[in-house]
Write a protein that binds this ligand. Structure first.
Ligand code: ZN
Length: 172
């Protein structure tokens, strides 16, 4: 790729990333708490980001499958705040539903590493692993906004720590 083509490629990528964040902020996935805290395998976490005023209440539903892996059946949330916090909650929800806790830990670590790049080069492997969540790469340039993007991930981690998975034989 010539350098001018590379610059064009990067500009297109930034446009694409901006569009992904806007789409998720306008049409958030997983918004609106579902189920009840009394349901088995369900736990909830409330987190605030005082520097920006973002707030999230996130509910996770986990199940242990037959192979012994704990898997996320569902994530739903209610929140308010800036478009970065809302879009990040939405993208994360899409990314983690159906994944095992081990996979979610890997994704969370990848997202944290993305936020640590401070606007620098993103590891292509991290980018591929994160899919739409890689769109937040530009946020890493702004330390105050990193907290907005991480809020949902912090809430998810806390909810997963509190959750006792139901044993999943019901699909059998
Ligand atoms: Zn914010």
């Amino acid at each position: 790729m010539t350098s001018s083509k590379w610059v064009k490629h990067m500009a297109d990528l930034q446009d694409l990333y901006r569009q992904i964040i806007l789409d998720h902020a306008r049409n958030p996935q997983g918004r609106g708490l579902i189920g009840s805290l009394q349901d088995g395998g369900v736990a909830q976490s409330h987190q605030v980001n005082p520097t920006c005023g973002d707030e999230i209440t996130l509910r996770a539903h986990v199940m242990r499958d037959r192979s012994g892996d704990v898997r996320i059946l569902d994530v739903s949330w209610e929140g308010q705040g800036c478009s970065i916090s809302q879009a990040s909650s939405s993208v994360m929800t899409e990314l983690v539903i159906g994944q095992t806790l081990t996979q979610v830990e890997d994704l969370a670590a990848a997202f944290r590493s993305l936020m640590d790049t401070r606007g620098g080069t993103v590891d292509p492997q991290v980018e591929e692993q994160l899919g739409d969540a890689a769109a937040f790469a530009g946020v890493s340039k702004f330390p105050a906004r990193v907290k907005c993007a991480l809020l949902a991930w912090i809430a998810l981690r806390d909810a997963l720590l509190k959750a006792t998975p139901v044993e999943g034989e019901r699909h059998g």
